[in-house]
Design a protein around this ligand. Structure first.
Ligand SMILES: Cc1cc2nc3c(=O)[nH]c(=O)nc-3n(C[C@H](O)[C@H](O)[C@H](O)COP(=O)(O)O)c2cc1C
Length: 356
């Protein structure tokens, strides 16, 4: 399955060390002002080689729009996006033809297909997410008045304090780790650098707030907005957990403590607190949509680990090549892009239902 969404459908293609990757976006209404310059800033935030905390692979990640835009506006036809791979070095991945990296996708791809592109992780590489980020930037063009901000909230054992009512992307981008709490960011950076020195990796969490989502998006039962967000987020490589609003901590409260009391605010029904994370019954309630995504420590590490070959023989594997010691800083724009795709898809479907 390489396609995501219903009203706004995104099909991605490409492998880590193939000639290019990209996306075809279908369902974008006609008449939306769109240029490559609208997409590039999001790709620049995701691309590798931005700081010493991430993989040194050098990719410009210049995106080209091949179709669906004429005279600066969308035509309503499919929008094809292309990003070329420029800095692939498959020589460091030769070991991966014949053995399975612990906790990566080598074994499961073999189990499923029996034939896999082992170069740089192939289709399982997070390079594929460049295409999602480009598509997400188109989705954001369909969401005037909606503001999506994600940041690194946790790295290993380090948490942070951030006011999600006011945090902006500019606040997030003040440091390389993308955590707007400066004291926490310094400790997170130290954890990532220590892991790199130890030829190891660390995980953490990205928190995201979506402000300005109107009440009424999402469908009951099988098309729930929170379920769509959970699927989108867990579909990001290395994502291992999702929680909406109060999430797992909310289980420790009683209903009387957890309930979001209804109040009137600015002439509309609102809630005094937002432990629901902006979604009730699978439908947005007009409050900010808030969630957190957990990412595991990167699987490919430079210290030796036991594994097995394709032939079932025990062996040792220590990575070569270029890898992120922590995916968190680069996961931030990916989370935002997937959130934009989910909300834009829900908005377009709501328009179909409402008939406007
Ligand atoms: C931004 C980003 C960068 C990543 N970089 C690496 C990497 O350098 N090395 C690696 O082994 N995994 C990396 N991953 C994770 C793998 O792609 C992922 O673990 C793999 O596809 C297996 O899937 P799973 O962890 O979701 O089960 C990265 C993920 C993200 C989101």
């Amino acid at each position: 399955m390489n396609t995501f969404g219903q009203a706004l459908r995104v099909t991605t293609f490409g492998e880590s060390h193939g000639p290019a990757l990209g996306a075809v976006v279908d369902g974008c209404p006609a008449g939306v002002a769109l240029s490559e310059d609208d997409l590039q800033p999001a790709l620049d935030r995701r691309r590798p080689g931005q700081s010493r905390l991430v993989t040194p692979r050098k990719e410009a990640d210049r995106v080209r729009i091949l179709s669906g835009v004429f005279e600066g506006r969308t035509t309503g036809t499919s929008i094809a996006l292309l990003i070329e791979n420029e800095d692939a070095d498959s020589s460091k991945y030769l070991d991966l033809r014949d053995l399975y990296r612990p906790s990566h996708a080598d074994y499961t791809f073999d189990a499923k297909y029996g034939h896999r592109d082992w170069r740089g992780g192939g289709r399982a590489s997070a390079r594929e997410t460049a295409a999602r980020v480009a598509a997400g930037a188109i989705a954001e063009r369909l969401l005037p008045g909606v503001e999506i901000v994600a940041w690194v909230s946790d790295v290993a054992d380090v948490g942070s304090e951030v006011d999600e009512a006011i945090v902006t992307r500019a606040d997030v981008d003040v440091n390389d780790v993308r955590c707007p709490d400066a004291a926490a960011a310094a400790q997170m950076t130290a954890r990532i650098e220590a892991a790199r020195r130890d030829k190891d990796s660390v995980g953490g969490c990205v928190r995201c707030v979506i402000r300005g989502v109107p009440a009424g998006l999402g469908d009951p039962v099988f098309g729930k907005l929170d379920a769509a967000l959970a699927g989108a987020m867990i579909g990001i490589p290395a994502a291992k957990g999702f929680e909406l609003g109060s999430g797992f901590d909310g289980t420790r409260l009683r209903g009387s403590e957890h309930n979001d009391a209804f109040v009137m605010r600015d002439g509309r029904v609102a809630t005094a607190t937002n432990r629901s994370g902006g979604v009730q019954g699978g439908i947005s309630n007009g409050e900010a949509v808030t969630f957190r995504v957990a990412f595991k420590p990167v699987a490919t590490i430079f210290r030796s680990q036991p594994t097995v070959t394709r032939d079932g023989e025990a062996t040792e594997f220590a990575a070569r090549g270029r890898h992120d010691p922590c995916v968190l800083p680069r996961a931030v724009p990916i989370v935002e892009a997937m959130a934009a795709l989910v909300v834009a898809d829900a908005l377009l479907r709501q328009r179909q239902i409402a008939g406007f």
